[in-house]
Structures are given as C-alpha cells and as structure tokens.
Write a protein that binds this ligand. Structure first.
Ligand code: AMP
Length: 215
C-alpha cells in the first residue's frame, strides 16, 4: 500500500501505521522517529532539529525534504510505504507531489484521522515512548502500560515521556498543527486523494483503511 496518514499529534498515526505494516509488509516512514533517532545519536541532522522539536515547532521544510528524498528511494519502499507525520506543511506536500511524479509513484489515498480534541489531549499527556531509538514502541499509562519498572515489552529499554510532551510543548504542537498542517486536508481533497476516518480506536481505523484499500 502507499498511503499518507494525516492527523493532529496524538491522533494515533504511529499506532495505526505500525498495525498497517503487519498487513502487507509496507514500511512505516515516520519523520518524527527519524528525527528523534538523529537527536539521540547526536548527528548533524539531530543537532539542527533538536531545538525546534523540543519547543514543539516544525523542523524546516528543506531539512525534511532532504531526508525524504533519500528515504523514499531506499529498497524497502518498493513493497509500499505508510507516511506517518509527513507531509506536515503545504510546501512539503507540493514537494512530495513533484518527488512522487519523478519517481513514478502513485499514492492509494490520504487517510485523515479525525479525533476529538479532548481525546487528543488525554492521549498526549498519558502517552509514553520506548527510549530505544530503533524501537520507539508507543505506550499509554492508562490503556496500554509498559512492563513492570517502566520497561518496554518489546526490547526492555526504559519507556519515557517525550521531551515535546510537556503541557507547553503539547499546546504549541496543536497550535502548529492547526496553522500549518490542517490546510493539507483541503489540499488533498482538491487532489481527489482524501478519505476521512473518525478514529477513536486504532484497530477499528486499521480495519476501515484495509477495507478502503480493497474497495
Ligand atoms: P511526531 O513524532 O510526528 O509528532 O514528530 C515530532 C516532532 O518532529 C514534531 O513536533 C516536529 O518538531 C518534528 N517533525 C516530524 N515530522 C515533521 C515534518 N514532516 N515536518 C517538520 N517537522 C517534523
């Protein structure tokens, strides 16, 4: 499959993307995960991205496009890919369109995960993430807690609250989403690629997306 997941921070894009990869071997490409790994490893990219991320601001479009131009041409993308957290701005969407045309890749659709704001806020403040940069499994202290001692059930690393999940950073991320990312809904509607999913349970959303792929 080749789909783009759109939705506010906390809409469940990461969880839905991970479940979809189990379906047909398509890879999840999360720009957030790529950037967090780079910050942890202290690479040049990580040094440039860190301050933006901790404030809850977007990383500059040029930096993101450099990452994605390389990533989309890696061999594991041949089977299909699920874009999680990219594109995030109109310029990124326009650049992606040009890149996909150049690579002769056609997207199936753009899945917009629609989640009420109170659900989003509750999810973001209770979300925890595995600190191992090659794992980044997502937990929720209420509905899906990590193993005893706050360890990841998959790799055993400590499960932590992300630096950008303080109350201040969360409210900045939601504001940034409304200003910069929400306009992509109209962009993809015009492109004839948009499908909306009321997304309260990740499992139900995954089932709906699979159905839409078959139809
Ligand atoms: P996420 O895990 O998708 O919520 O991303 C975490 C943070 O990484 C965001 O708040 C941004 O600072 C940065 N980021 C991730 N994807 C992008 C993108 N496509 N464009 C700009 N910044 C991004």
């Amino acid at each position: 499959m080749r789909i783009i997941l759109l939705g506010a921070p906390g809409a469940g894009k990461g969880t839905v993307a991970k479940l979809l990869t189990e379906f047909d071997g398509s890879v999840q490409i999360s720009t957030g995960d790529i950037l967090r790994s780079a910050v942890k490893e202290g690479t040049e990219l990580g040094k440039k991205a860190k301050e933006y991320m901790n404030r809850g601001d977007l990383v500059p479009d040029a930096l993101i496009m450099q990452i994605m131009e390389v990533r989309l041409q890696e061999p594991d993308c041949k089977k299909g890919f699920i874009l999680d957290g990219f594109p995030r701005t109109i310029p990124q969407a326009e650049e992606l369109k040009k890149l996909l045309d150049k690579l002769k890749i056609k997207m199936d659709f753009v899945a917009n995960l629609d989640v009420p704001r109170d659900v989003i806020l509750d999810r973001l403040t209770t979300r925890r993430t595995c600190s191992n940069s090659s794992c980044q499994e997502i937990y929720n202290i209420k509905s899906n807690p990590p193993a005893n001692g706050g360890k990841c059930k998959k790799c055993g690393s400590p499960v932590v609250q992300r630096a950008d999940e303080t109350e201040e950073a969360i409210s900045n991320r939601l504001e940034t989403y409304n200003q910069k990312t929400a306009p992509l809904i109209g962009f993809y509607e015009k492109e004839g690629l948009l499908k909306n999913f009321l997304s309260l349970s990740s499992k139900d959303t995954v089932a709906e997306i699979k159905k839409a792929l078959k139809g």
